[in-house]
Ligand binder design. Structure first.
Ligand code: IMP
Ligand code: MG
Length: 171
């Protein structure tokens, strides 16, 4: 059963605020790199609000290995598709749906840094600080939640529920 946590209006309002924060901090030329698959709805909404804030980032995606079909992360992330080309000297905003242990965004960030990115900011719609396994903090966070498993707005449980327009807790 899924119980609603953040409805469409709350999400839209928070994404607008985040875009304004990003516009101030990341002014100038940059590319968004969304982490597939969970960030696709968030990225789609974020870029259209960023446009209204006068920002015109290029949009790319990359896919890291992830959860498989359970609720617990399967250890070390690795790249399984779509590494951005032409990274050296460019500025990036990495976007994911959730920061949980912190390993995914931390790995993605070091991957871009290792290819010579000039600057890498990180953004997650939802943060679960109590689940952290490494020392990692995203630069921009939409919502902070406790140790709950969430779905919807692009976020899945075993590939289901991504279509939900709201974010809910599944039990
Ligand atoms: P981390 O590497 O442990 O920080 O995990 C981040 C990834 O785990 C995110 O990209 C999500 O896809 C996934 N994840 C973490 N928590 C949840 C959840 O509550 N629901 C669905 N996916 C989650
Ligand atoms: Mg993910």
């Amino acid at each position: 059963m899924v119980s609603k946590l953040f409805d469409e209006t709350e999400i839209a309002r928070r994404v607008e605020e985040l875009a304004r924060e990003i516009a101030v901090a990341v002014a100038g030329d940059f590319a968004i790199v969304g982490l597939l698959t969970g960030s696709f709805v968030f990225v789609a909404d974020l870029i259209r609000v960023l446009d209204r804030a006068g920002l015109a980032p290029r949009i790319e995606f990359m896919k890291l290995s992830s959860y498989g079909h359970g609720k617990e992360s399967s250890g070390a992330p690795r790249l399984i598709g779509g590494a951005p080309e032409d990274v050296a000297g460019r500025r990036f905003l990495l976007v994911d749906d959730i920061v949980d242990t912190g390993r995914t965004l931390d790995y993605a960030k070091s991957l871009l840094a290792g290819k010579g990115a000039a600057r890498v900011w990180t953004c997650a719609l939802v943060d679960k600080p109590s689940r952290r396994k490494i020392d990692f903090a995203a630069d921009f966070v939409g919502f902070t939640v406790d140790d709950v498993f969430i779905v919807g707005y692009g976020i899945d449980y075993a590939e289901n529920y991504r279509h939900l327009p709201y974010i809910g807790i599944i039990d």
